[in-house]
Design a protein. Structure first.
Length: 395
């Protein structure tokens, strides 16, 4: 049933970040009740926005399915007192509340941390913001493209000199920050087991982005020096670079340790004489002559297909490398499936829907995806009836 079996989570999340955190907790076994407005989480429209043709009336938004599988959906209009009261009833004995609604809006509907901590002192309150809970932009709206990708520096650091910034893929920052919040919520639950008290646990897309590029930021903080943005043709370590095979397929060499990886690369490409060549014999020499060495490697690698290089590289355990996969390549990769990369969510019609797995496994408390994402309001009657029964027992 998963390590979080028996844990009750209420999620008030929209789009990706909050629902991603709730989705991870659901994958790990928690009973996650998703509160949605009458019009539904806007992420239900992702499929249409992305031009994805619907499989059927139930599975028309794969990104929404990914982040909301295993949950129960309750429709409440939090713009009304009745809706807010129903939400408070769900939270009075919940273990966790997860949200990525802006703090100002949460205060206006009485679902800020202070209000809910008074209602339920044991509640672990998980909050994702764009820019944090303090400072001039604390209540500023943001998507991950803004706070994580652009403002935290990722887009700049991934832009080749003279080029325009690349576009982020959907949900990259949201899924990262969702995993961070899920881990932080679990840490707060451990603390609660000792103290009996809940607490506010918060993170932000901005902080998540900064942590993602913390090699660069910490280096600058300590030394005042920026790590150079590399260009493929002049990479200071040509053994840490990408190359093209004869069939156009690209791959990445990962020769980080020169003394270990350089001899293996020389043998693999049939250039053992480079070990004694003063242009390339040391890491410093390879950096000084990088453009020349990369051009030579380009010519060598263009002589064989990627499949042929795969066979060659297999004979050199100290040569680290990886193909640059397309989505089709990933899904046809035996290792991706062997390491648990895909899960199958049970659908209402008895079929199953393949999705990407949450990236964590538990040996003693294994978990399974229990269901696909719920229809809007599918569980409203059941969940509210359960809430009323619990309230009756508490009374």
């Amino acid at each position: 049933a998963g390590p979080l079996a028996g844990l009750r989570v209420v999620e008030l999340g929209v789009w990706v970040a909050g629902p991603a955190a709730g989705g991870i907790l659901a994958d790990w076994g928690a009973d996650v009740v998703k509160i949605e407005p009458p019009g539904g989480d806007p992420a239900r429209g992702f499929g249409r926005m992305l031009g994805v043709a619907p499989v059927d009336r139930h599975h028309h938004s794969p990104p929404f399915e990914m982040d909301n599988r295993g949950k129960r959906s309750v429709v409440l209009d939090l713009g009304t007192e009745d809706g807010r009261e129903r939400a408070r009833e769900l939270l009075v004995d919940a273990d966790v509340f997860v949200t990525n609604i802006r703090p100002g809006a949460l205060r206006r509907i009485g679902m800020d941390f202070e209000s809910l901590a008074t209602l339920n002192p044991r509640l672990v309150y998980g909050l994702i913001t764009g820019y944090g809970t303090d400072g001039p932009d604390a209540d500023r709206p943001a998507y991950d493209v803004a706070a994580f990708w652009a403002r935290a520096g990722l887009a700049h650091l991934l832009t080749r000199p003279g080029d325009t910034p690349p576009f982020q893929r959907g949900g990259m920052g949201d899924h990262s920050v969702g995993m961070t919040l899920a881990g932080a919520v679990c840490a707060a639950l451990v603390a609660r087991s000792r103290s009996g008290a809940g607490q506010l646990v918060s993170t932000s897309l901005y902080r998540q982005g900064a942590y993602t590029v913390s090699f660069d930021l910490t280096t600058f903080l300590i030394t005042g020096q920026a790590i150079a943005i590399g260009q493929r043709e002049t990479m200071g370590n040509p053994c840490m670079n990408n190359y093209a095979a004869a069939d156009g397929a690209r791959f990445w060499l990962v020769g980080l340790q020169g003394d270990r990886h350089w001899p293996a690369l020389c043998s693999a490409v049939g250039r053992q004489e480079w070990l004694a060549d003063e242009r390339y014999a040391t890491a410093r020499a390879r950096a000084a002559n990088a453009a020349e060495l990369i051009a030579e490697l380009d010519e060598i690698f263009a002589a064989k297909t990627l499949a042929e290089w795969n066979d060659v590289f297999a004979g050199y355990p100290d040569l680290f490398w990886s193909p640059i996969n397309t989505m089709e390549d990933v899904l046809s990769d035996e290792q991706f499936h062997a390491c648990g990369g895909v899960v199958y969510a049970p659908a209402a019609d008895g079929a199953s829907v393949p999705m990407v797995a949450t990236p964590a496994d538990f040996s003693a408390t294994p978990c399974e995806v229990r269901s696909c994402a719920p229809e809007l309001g599918e569980h409203t009657a059941d969940v509210l009836a359960e809430s009323a029964q619990r309230a009756h027992r508490l009374a």
